[in-house]
Design a binder for this molecule. Structure first.
Ligand code: G3I
Ligand code: 9MR
Length: 554
């Protein structure tokens, strides 16, 4: 597959909006020009010079860029370069990302715990209910006077984190926030989006209906006696590759941690604000969420360094994070925005340093994103120039990296970590914030490039979302996709993507095609290190697809 990918013209396999930037990556060849053919008429619709060949560090490839941004007429097209196979066919049109956007949100529904998915909503992916989570045991690590070890609590609903069936608070934090932010920033887009959920038509936009499924679970993870929040709800070991209803091992809530509690506080403060316009349909809920956020914040003040330590009898995902100033920053910022209480602003760590690309263990920029969105309404204490500066400084660095990149993306070798595809999309989110702050068109173009990257303009030639593009993952590390009787994987999931760690090589009979960072990807179910799906990877896909469809090009 690598040989084919390396020799092929690569581009966003879904195509482009009429006014967007349009780039393809062309492998090194003697050719100096390219053309774009209308596949309906056979006519050449565009032709241009290839860019100067350059080496892309993450893959070592020598490639040229083909820029056909000036081609805006809707239609179906193919790129041609003498001596190379023509590109995959693609579309220019106003609707090219609509189905992807819907599927990326619907994927969260497919990962719901504690409910059956009837065919009416899930089609071929209908399944029985699994993990009621109405009888969850308090693990020794989480025992308290009020809830000693073995106490039974109910903690139903929520999303399975990923390809496994556990529910992890830290990762739920960034994933749920990203969906809430998508709605908060682009409400009109989501008010018009219907993805056929059981709740659809209840007067609440589907993205919020879906977020509520997880928010209700998160609320149940707070210890009502002290405000602390459990780090995870999990089996002791990972389930085999079975359907949810066949996975019946005992479930535990494990250790209250500062990271989980602060992420919970941030999300609940944000949700209380975003859901307030719908409070007549959700009686008392926004107020309950804000109170829960404040109680969590108070617990974290009293327990500022409860880092997760995996108990000896638990081997599931850790989401351990010892650096907590970013979690304090994010929770303080969301509480400040939602309460207008200056004491939360003052509590933001003063050294709240430079903005960074968000990740489950690096949430400081989620604060900058929310502060920037609300900057006109903040109380006088807020330093608006600082907020703008933090975002623009990061976006400028990402933009410079994109401009110097043979693939025209910001991704550097060090960005190829577990879940690298979400790094690209979170880079896009930060570029989009700069554009939303009034930045130049170049920020929007660079965000489009990151989106193009995950949809095919990358060194593997895969469009990394199940069910989309001409070549997409068929064997994600996702238990329902593997254990159901449908050949195609559950659609709408972004896989983790290439990274050179290959931590799963002992489980994989087949070797990875390459050790190069950007090509170290294996479309096999064994490959949890490159081909798993996860809620925190899908959420930025939802955000970026909506943003590109909503933001007018300057
Ligand atoms: O923190 C170190 C950093 O100091 C170092 O410079 C860097 C160099 O590689 O590594 C950093 O640690 C990495 C850590 O993520 C934090 O980014 C580890 O190498 C890396 O292996 C680890 O990967 C995580 C993986 O779980 C294994 O723990 C992924 O981020 C995380 O997305 C993934 O999450 C899993 C859950 O545990 C279980 N459910 C599925 C989910 C997705 O695969
Ligand atoms: O399925 C698990 C996946 O969700 C995790 O991301 C991954 C890393 O923690 O672990 C997977 O489980 C594997 C385990 O770590 C080792 N034995 C094989 C399991 C895959 O079926």
């Amino acid at each position: 597959p690598t040989a084919t990918a390396a020799a092929s013209i690569k581009l966003n396999q879904l195509g482009f909006l009429p006014a967007s930037a349009k780039l393809a990556v062309v492998p090194a060849s003697p050719a100096t020009v390219f053309s774009v053919t209308n596949t309906a008429t056979g006519a050449v619709a565009w032709h241009g010079m290839l860019g100067t060949p350059a080496r892309w560090a993450p893959s070592g490839e020598i490639v040229s860029l083909a820029d056909f941004s000036g081609l805006t007429a809707p239609g179906d097209y193919q790129i041609k370069v003498d001596g190379l196979t023509g590109s995959t066919r693609f579309t220019i049109g106003t609707d090219v990302y609509r189905a992807l956007s819907e599927a990326a949100l619907k994927a969260f529904y497919f990962n719901r715990a504690s409910t059956a998915l009837p065919a009416q909503y899930a089609g071929a992916y209908a399944r029985a209910a699994g993990h009621p989570d109405t009888q969850v045991l308090v693990h020794r690590s989480a025992a308290s006077a009020a809830r000693p070890e073995g106490t039974v609590i109910a903690s139903p609903k929520g999303w399975y984190d990923a390809g496994d069936y556990n529910k992890y608070m830290v990762n739920s934090g960034i994933a749920t926030y990203t969906l809430l932010a998508a709605y908060e920033h682009f409400p009109a887009y989501f008010q018009a989006q219907h993805v056929n959920l059981p709740e659809s038509g209840n007067g609440i936009p589907d993205i919020l209906n879906e977020a509520l499924w997880n928010l209700e679970w998160m609320l149940s993870m707070q210890d009502p006696d002290d405000g602390g929040v459990y780090h995870k709800l999990t089996n002791k070991t990972f389930d085999p590759m079975v359907m949810p209803e066949q996975a019946t091992s005992p479930r535990y809530v494990v250790q209250k941690t500062t990271a989980a509690t602060l992420d919970f506080a941030a999300v609940m403060a944000s949700a209380s604000r975003v859901l307030r316009p719908y409070q007549d349909k959700l009686p008392g809920l926004p107020a309950k969420m804000l109170a829960a956020a404040k109680a969590a914040w108070a617990w974290a003040q009293a327990h500022p360094d409860q880092v997760y330590r995996q108990p000896a009898d638990i081997v599931t995902g850790e989401y351990g994070d010892a650096k907590l100033d970013d979690e304090f920053m994010w929770a303080a910022a969301e509480l400040y925005i939602s309460t207008a209480d200056d004491s939360y602003y003052r509590a933001m760590p003063p050294a709240a340093g430079p903005a960074t690309v968000p990740a489950w263990d690096d949430v400081g920029s989620l604060a900058w994103i929310s502060l920037a969105h609300h900057r006109d309404a903040l109380s006088p204490i807020a330093d608006r120039a600082l907020i703008t500066n933090r975002i623009m400084t990061l976006a400028d660095a990402l933009l410079a990296a994109s401009k110097h990149s043979a693939y025209a993306v910001a991704m550097q070798p060090a960005d190829f970590v577990w879940g690298s595809n979400a790094v690209a999309l979170n880079q896009a989110i930060m570029l989009l914030q700069a554009y939303r702050l009034g930045g130049q068109r170049a920020y929007l173009n660079a965000a489009q490039s990151a989106f193009d990257y995950v949809l095919g303009r990358n060194a593997t030639g895969y469009a990394f979302v199940t069910g989309f593009g001409s070549r997409s993952p068929l064997h994600p590390h996702h238990r329902p996709s593997q254990a159901d009787h449908v050949a195609a994987p559950v659609p709408g999931f972004l896989v983790g993507g290439p990274q050179p760690g290959q931590q799963d090589q002992r489980e994989c009979a087949q070797a990875y095609p390459s050790h190069l960072a950007a090509q170290s990807y294996l479309d096999q179910v064994c490959s949890y290190a490159s081909n798993e799906i996860a809620i925190n990877w899908n959420a930025p896909l939802v955000y970026v697809a909506a943003a590109l469809a909503s933001l007018p090009p300057a």
